[in-house]
Write a protein that binds this ligand. Structure first.
Ligand code: WT7
Length: 649
């Protein structure tokens, strides 16, 4: 079934399948954990599998509701409503309700790449959010249900903007501040954003990123945008006709604002992610269920305690930042470290230096990052104490046992459990993960589903697979933080997730379950690739390539990469008469220009023509094998031209 399946890391599938090491939770950890008693947890887990709705109803008690629900779940497959009739406010849950007890507690501990630190207490964060909420309502005149785009690097004001939108019912659409102007334009138009919140510059690897210039270029083609609110970090930045000065607007508003109750199903945000077509999908998340899902998983998976200093290295431009920097963490009144910069700048020890400096207790990062740290050598982390750490996490791609063991021994010093968390932009919250006080860990496995989550592996027909039998990862029952639809495209929502298997949510991942019910995720089985934990659609990159005048046709595939999981290889047929000199570099730059540097192809190969079936479909499997340097195997008799792919250079 997985003839296409790729080993994403240096370990081969065989070594992963043979992985037998088991790490039980450290006794001391279990004693103090929220979930630390295996027997009672097992009971809770089993009953949650029988009655997921009951489990989530109990979990919802930890959220503040202005009005309680009449019904926990209304399921009109594939459309769900959670906490029907309830009213809540996400910003109130993340801020106001903590003020009395935790007003002086640090909410955000911000470190810039230059090493400067800025501490935001819950009270300060609340005041700024209230001021911006007033600006949104009174100056920008947005109403609940309108949309605003946020294009900001990982800095406290990005979180202020998200929470202010949430507070007044404005749907936010955060765009990762590495995306190019065209990508911003497409997302802004699809969301029909009326306002963009941005800043003039960002800092990365000692360089200045001219973010406002990128927004300026995008805004020339987005008539729906009435104003751009610019946080000026450089005095000399000039404002254009649509631009408003962030600090100026905020200084004229009061820090008082009353949070209004919104329907639990009020859309909280759209987040664009890649799919199997060229057009990114606006994943729709709503308020009540999303808060319940993210707050419950954050508390249990990260075993959050009042004194924790939690550091998730993800940017707020991705779902990890939304759920496990902002909503899930602040809903638990946690202290979050955020860092605007490169984790290996100015040297490979920066991440460990930050951990020691702030005495971080929990670190949540991506396998690709771990592999880069590993490559820098054991001597680097050895220079730091790291003794504040008590829990480690990974997300975004499969972690190879070799990297897992390195993380465990060199960073966790054999003392810190590792939670390998499987989830997606669409799932909103973690669905499969160890709970560090009760789950025995196996390197490379995301272990078991969270309570209330009915995950399974099925074959092509939708029947459950047996132990160690490869199949598709599906979810059998709705969960509160699930996507509600794709913005403006309910048909695509149905087709992508619900049409493959009747009544089951299809994740797009291949996986198997072992004899102990542990899940081992292999990666995508569709045309989505995962480069350094970033999700990219091969069709998106192809569309960018064919928009170049020298390209007749293009096919993009992922190639296994030791460091990045996958790298991007493009097969391109140039138009007749094109000048091939420097064309590879020009095309790579063109993709960066169209999408952003995360989509830059690692390699471009020129072909006379792309291999197609007689019905005209590009033979991607063959191209994947070619890119990976494998022998061409399998059936090629349906090829239009069964000869070799002819390369021009
Ligand atoms: C895809 C979702 C969830 C936040 C970051 C990525 C892959 C995610 C794991 C994991 C193996 C993983 C899957 C999934 N993935 N976590 N722990 N082990 N694979 O979110 O951009 O929506 O990508 O990331 O392939 O489908 P995303």
């Amino acid at each position: 079934m997985f003839s296409d399946r790729e080993v994403k890391v240096s370990d081969t599938i065989e070594t992963i399948l043979k992985e037998t090491r088991v790490f039980p939770p450290p006794e001391g950890f279990s004693k103090a954990a929220w979930q630390g008693d295996s027997a009672s947890y097992q009971k809770l887990w089993s009953s949650s599998q029988e009655d997921p709705i009951g489990f989530w109803q109990t979990a919802a008690e930890n959220i503040h509701w202005f009005q309680k629900w009449q019904k926990v779940l209304q399921w009109d497959e594939p459309f769900s409503k959670w906490f029907v009739g309830a009213r809540t406010n996400a910003a109130y849950n993340c801020l106001d309700r903590h003020l009395e007890k935790h007003g002086d507690k640090t909410a955000l501990l911000f470190e810039g790449e230059d090493g400067k630190v800025d501490t935001w207490t819950y009270r300060r964060l609340h005041s700024e959010v209230c001021r911006l909420s007033n600006v949104i309502e009174k100056d920008l005149k947005l109403k609940a249900g309108d949309t605003a785009t946020i294009y900001l690097p990982l800095m406290p004001e990005a979180i202020v903007a998200m929470l202010a939108c949430a507070r007044v019912g404005v749907v936010h659409s955060v765009i990762f501040a590495g995306f190019a102007a065209h990508a911003i334009r497409d997302r802004v138009l699809d969301a029909e954003s009326k306002v963009i919140f941005t800043t003039d510059i960002g800092y990365r690897r000692g360089q200045i990123l001219e973010l406002k210039q990128t927004v300026d270029a995008a805004v020339t083609e987005t008539p729906c945008v009435k104003s751009v609110v610019v946080l000026r970090r450089r005095d000399t930045t000039k404002l254009g006709p649509k631009d408003l000065d962030w600090k100026d607007l905020l200084s004229r508003q009061t820090p008082e604002h009353t949070a209004q109750p919104f329907d639990a199903e009020q859309p909280l945000f759209y987040l664009y992610t890649s799919g199997t077509t060229g057009k990114p999908k606006g994943i729709v998340h709503t308020t009540g269920g999303y808060l319940v899902g993210t707050a419950t998983t954050a508390k249990w998976v990260f075993d959050l305690k009042p004194d924790d200093i939690y550091w998730c290295t993800a940017d707020i431009g991705w779902i990890t930042g939304h759920s496990y920097v902002v909503y899930g963490l602040l809903a638990n009144a946690a202290t979050c470290l955020i860092y605007e910069g490169n984790l290996m700048y100015p040297d490979a020890g920066r991440i460990w230096e930050i951990i020691d400096k702030h005495k971080a207790t929990i670190l949540y990062t991506a396998p690709t990052a771990i592999r880069s740290f590993m490559r820098a050598g054991d001597a680097v982390p050895a220079k730091y104490s790291l003794k504040s750490l008590r829990l480690l996490g990974t997300v975004g791609e499969p972690i190879n046992p070799e990297a897992w063991m390195w993380y465990h021994t060199q960073i966790g010093k054999g003392r810190c459990p590792i939670v390998d968390t499987w989830w997606q932009t669409e799932t909103g919250a973690i669905l499969i993960s160890a709970l560090p006080g009760v789950t025995s860990l196996k390197p490379g496995s995301a272990t078991r589903p969270f309570p209330g989550i009915k995950a399974d592996i099925v074959d092509e027909k939708g029947n459950s697979c047996g132990p160690n039998e490869g199949g598709y990862l599906v979810i059998r029952h709705p969960w509160p933080s699930m996507l509600r639809t794709i913005h403006k495209d309910p048909n695509r929502f149905k087709e992508t997730y619900w049409n493959k298997f009747k009544g089951l949510y299809f994740t797009g991942d291949g996986a198997h379950k072992d004899q102990d019910g542990y899940f081992w995720i292999k990666g995508r089985v569709d045309d989505v690739i995962n480069v350094s934990g970033h999700r990219l659609g091969t069709m998106e990159i192809e569309s960018a390539l064919v928009s170049h005048p020298s390209v007749a046709e293009a096919a993009v595939v992922g190639r296994p990469d030791e460091l990045k999981g996958q790298s991007i290889v493009a097969f391109v047929t140039p138009r007749d008469g094109s000048d091939l000199k420097d064309l590879q570099k020009k095309l790579k730059d063109h993709v960066v220009q169209e999408i952003g540097s995360i989509a830059r192809p690692d390699e471009i190969k020129f072909t006379k023509t792309l291999p197609k079936t007689r019905s005209g479909k590009i033979m991607r499997r063959l191209l994947k094998d070619l890119a990976a340097g494998k022998e061409i195997t399998g059936d090629t008799t349906t090829l239009e031209n069964p000869g070799l792919v002819e390369f021009i250079q």
